[in-house]
Write a protein that binds this ligand. Structure first.
Ligand code: FAD
Length: 487
């Protein structure tokens, strides 16, 4: 059997696709595989079935079993329910890709736009138990053998993107990278809603859609949506990544899944005495890199020369010109050394996308969340359903690791909304239901969501313990969620 596999070029290409470790590599090998098998990924409705027929050997079959199991869920009505919908998803971050998968399973034609052309974020995301179960169901382990082995409950952002990108492509989602969404082209005459893109001659600019999902991250909020600012006390986050050479010595070092000052005052006092570093909390995960995220006190950053001058305005305080990069590297290095008991040998910073040591400082003083999760725009009788998912819906506080957990919940809720839209339910009802569900999102924890992970689906009732789909009434969404323009 093994010999037969290695001599079959399509099996070989499939194996390369499964193992590919960069976004470009995944896209290139996928396109070669399609070409070789003579299947057209633009034929999104029958692509997956044809691919399965033509890659009918044991290694591929184990993947199809997983994906089939998901696809056969009653919620998707065998891909019929959204067969007439065209969905544009902005952003190939984890939440955009996860949403795209659900929309494809509902049968929609899905195009994802991503302005970057590589996945380069080393930073590591904490996964709630349900997200691990969800990703296992999408064959994450097949694409990334180390996925959540043993007690591990985290993954680097780039690995997660790679897994989800591969699933997207197999399900017939078109993922366009290196193209930036710049706004909408409103319907005119026979054409429907389209996107203004950069570069402006990009073929995805011709795609006409009736659903637009923004998963553009914390700084991207499309026209029509308002954001609330939640201002807390000054919180300065530092992330850093060191090379993981996977040596025996590195394996011995224990992870820190989160120590907060209030629970371990001695640790933080000793850190301060030994190094001058004053932290509120610290997390250390051993993943593709050794990853640390910590919240540092302003006073110690000033004292250690990381921040040059004190300002009450957080933007000014953390502006690039006010940060001594060398001192920041030292600060992060020393904090990482101390918190791992000086046991990580030969610590060397991993590089970020710009080829620089991967250390960054972020301001969490002011977090944003969108006032509403959905909107309908109508122009010349053509309706566009809009939804927000991920960080552009609710910005997470990284040390708590809520980004993916709440991000995926919102992705499922959004898919549920698109399902109702596809079924032709009156749009005010669709929006009211989406807003009712959105009210729950910020309070979700692993404890208050259902524990029956295997039963999780896009149906909110399978995930939230107490969900009232009618807590927001249709008349309440009329003024904030619907933008008509008849001219
Ligand atoms: P993102 O992952 O931010 O993805 C948004 C995508 O949209 C990006 O790929 C972006 O390039 C693309 N995009 C934006 N605008 C456009 C446009 N106009 N056209 C086309 N594409 C566009 N969370 C943690 O828990 N721990 C961390 O250490 C951590 N580090 C992070 C570091 C950085 C630099 C960033 C940006 C985020 C970090 N996060 C971290 C947050 C975490 O990545 C997100 O919670 C998680 O990835 C889910 O986010 P998302 O998919 O909603 O958005």
């Amino acid at each position: 059997m093994a010999n037969q596999d290695s001599t079959n070029p399509s099996h070989d290409l499939f194996e390369q696709f499964v193992q590919a470790q960069t976004c470009k590599e995944v896209q290139r090998i996928f396109s070669e595989l399609c070409h070789h098998l003579q299947v057209d990924p633009r034929d999104y409705q029958s692509f997956y079935t044809k691919l399965k027929e033509r890659l009918n050997y044991w290694k591929a079959k184990s993947l199809w079993v997983k994906l089939d199991k998901r696809a056969q869920h009653q919620d998707y009505q065998q891909g019929e329910v959204c067969a007439k919908n065209k969905c544009l998803v902005l952003g190939a971050g984890p939440c955009g890709l996860r949403t795209a998968i659900e929309l494809a399973l509902l049968g929609a034609h899905v195009v994802v736009l991503e302005k970057r052309d590589s996945f380069s974020r080393n930073n590591v995301l904490h996964l709630w138990p349900y997200t691990i179960s969800d990703l296992r169901g999408l064959a994450a382990k097949k694409f990334y053998g180390k996925f959540c082995t043993g007690a591990l409950d985290h993954i680097s952002i780039r690995q997660l993107q790679l897994i989800l990108l591969k699933v997207c492509l197999l399900l017939g989602v078109e993922v366009q990278t290196g193209v930036e969404f710049k706004g909408f082209v409103e319907p005119s005459g026979a054409t429907g809603w389209m996107a203004k893109l950069f570069p402006d001659n990009h073929p995805a600019g011709k795609f006409q859609f009736d659903v637009f999902i923004s998963a553009g991250g914390g700084s991207f909020v499309p026209y029509g949506f308002k954001r609330k600012e939640l201002r807390g006390k000054l919180a300065i986050g530092i992330t850093c990544n060191f090379l993981n050479r996977h040596t025996a010595a590195e394996t011995q070092v224990a992870e820190i899944s989160g120590v907060a000052r209030i629970y371990n005052q001695k640790f933080f006092q000793d850190l301060l005495t030994e190094t001058g570093i004053d932290l509120e909390n610290i997390v250390y995960y051993k993943d593709d890199t050794h990853y640390f995220v910590m919240t540092a006190k302003k006073k110690s950053l000033l004292k250690m020369g990381v921040i040059k001058q004190d300002f009450s305005d957080a933007d000014k305080l953390l502006a690039q010109v006010n940060v001594d990069q060398e001192a920041l590297l030292r600060y992060a290095y020393d904090a990482a050394q101390f918190s791992t008991g000086h046991c990580l040998p030969d610590m060397q910073f991993a590089q970020n996308h710009a080829g620089q040591p991967d250390v960054a400082m972020f301001d969490f003083t002011c977090m944003h969340r969108a006032e509403n999760a959905s909107l309908v725009r109508e122009r010349k009788g053509k309706k566009l359903l809009m939804g927000l998912v991920g960080d552009c819906l609710v910005e997470p506080f990284w040390p708590l690791g809520t980004g993916i957990a709440r991000g995926f919940l919102a992705a499922f809720d959004t898919a549920w909304m698109v399902r109702s839209w596809g079924k032709g339910r009156p749009h005010m009802e669709v929006l009211a239901e989406r807003e009712s569900i959105y009210q729950l999102l910020s309070q979700t924890t692993p404890e208050n969501t259902s524990k029956k992970y295997s039963a999780f689906s896009i149906d909110p009732a399978t995930r939230y313990q107490h969900v009232n789909l009618n807590s927001v009434k249709a008349f309440q969404v009329k003024n904030i969620n619907i933008i008509y323009s008849f001219y």
